[in-house]
Design a protein around this ligand. Structure first.
Ligand SMILES: Cc1cc2nc3c(=O)[nH]c(=O)nc-3n(C[C@H](O)[C@H](O)[C@H](O)COP(=O)(O)O)c2cc1C
Length: 187
């Protein structure tokens, strides 16, 4: 098993999967890691839907513009956030907490030799509506992210994203030249 630093550096979005299914023990490890995440006032306002039904995965791939890889994934987890259970009943806390759980899930997948990718459902209203309908999610629950999971097909090429210029010490220091900005329209 890789250590934490190897896992953190190796984790990258996997969008191509072998057909091999996820074992029940692997699902449990993934969800245990997700639920080990921190949350404001320890409210743990998350819920998870495991999806392995082929027709459902295909329908999600069809409905979500940037989740086409779900068509070839043996499974996926829909990470949900419940504002009513979150600190101060706030959507913001629910989303932050469920995002921490989602990242733990991605790291756990890598540590298990699996691959996964966060695909955005929240905050796009149309994507939330279609996922809610397909999976029968009640109105108050936020479908945050669909995470297709599987055994990676092909080599992963994680980027080295370490940028010393993004680190300030003891306070914000102006920089000599502006940062490179990302293209305006990205997901
Ligand atoms: C909030 C969020 C939404 C994302 N949405 C999508 C998505 O809809 N489809 C997709 O293929 N990747 C999605 N990603 C994955 C990013 O594209 C990916 O993390 C980024 O390009 C960096 O690459 P890496 O994960 O391989 O390090 C999303 C990631 C985050 C954190």
């Amino acid at each position: 098993m890789k250590d934490f630093f190897e896992t953190a550096a190796h984790r990258s979005s996997v969008r191509s999967f072998a057909p091999q299914p996820i074992e029940p023990g692997e699902w449990e490890k993934l969800l245990r890691a997700a639920m080990a995440a921190p949350s404001a006032v320890n409210r743990q306002p998350w819920e998870f839907i495991i999806i392995e039904n082929r027709a459902t995965l295909d329908a999600l791939a069809e409905a979500l513009p940037y989740a086409k890889m779900a068509r070839h994934a043996p499974g996926a987890v829909l990470v949900c956030a419940d504002p009513l259970r979150a600190h101060q009943g706030k959507v913001e806390y629910a989303v932050l907490d469920a995002s921490a759980a989602c990242e733990n899930l991605l790291l756990a997948a890598d540590a298990l030799g699996l691959g996964a990718v966060w695909t955005a459902v929240y905050p796009q209203a149309d994507r939330q509506a279609v996922v809610r309908k397909l999976l029968g999610i009640p109105e108050g629950i936020i479908p945050l992210a669909l995470v297709p999971v599987g055994h990676p097909k092909g080599e992963q090429r994680p980027q080295d994203k370490y940028k010393p210029e993004l680190i300030h010490r003891e306070g914000w220091k102006p920089r000599d030249r502006p940062l490179d900005m990302p293209p305006p329209d990205h997901d």
